[in-house]
Design a protein around this ligand. Sequence first.
Ligand SMILES: [Zn+2]
Length: 195
Amino acid sequence: MILPIVGYGHPVLRKVGENITEEHPELKQKIADMYDTMYNACGVGLAAPQVGNAIRLFVIDTTPFSDDEDLELDEQNQLKGFKKTFINAKIILEEGEIWSFNEGCLSIPDVREDVFRHERITVEYCEEDFVMKTEVFEGLIARVIQHEYDHIEGVLFTDKISSLKKRLIQKKLKNITEGKTFQDYRMRFVAKKGR
Ligand SMILES: [Zn+2]
């Protein structure tokens, strides 16, 4: 089921997500709904707070990035079909060069900014089997995980840009908060009911 995506300004986007257990109610359905919602909005990642649920859960599918012809074939192949559910994730190490990439967010439509992040991360997380594992990711895959991970920490990419750039998008952010934005996917806003 496709769920409405919560827009910038909604307090749920600022909550630190709680860990969940295998007994979390309707977890399988929630995860399936998140994939449906992400694909419908043509996103590469979606975190539970973005559908109104402040829990440590996000889903990723980087396949759309694999079409980028500027990337090495290796990297294209890695991105293709990289589909993964992250439960109770914790980034325990960020390392390597800091590089910038033009990011966007389904909760902040029509805003894109260059964001600086480390190139390599070590993450502890579970998939749907709830077996804890530790894995290293790098490049664009790490980038998407870092963006979604920020969501479960209550952080948005617009927090990571310069105050000048932030001033320049202030009006856009205010409009999103008030629901004055039109997307081809369903959203809900703090200052407006449905649409
Ligand atoms: Zn986002």
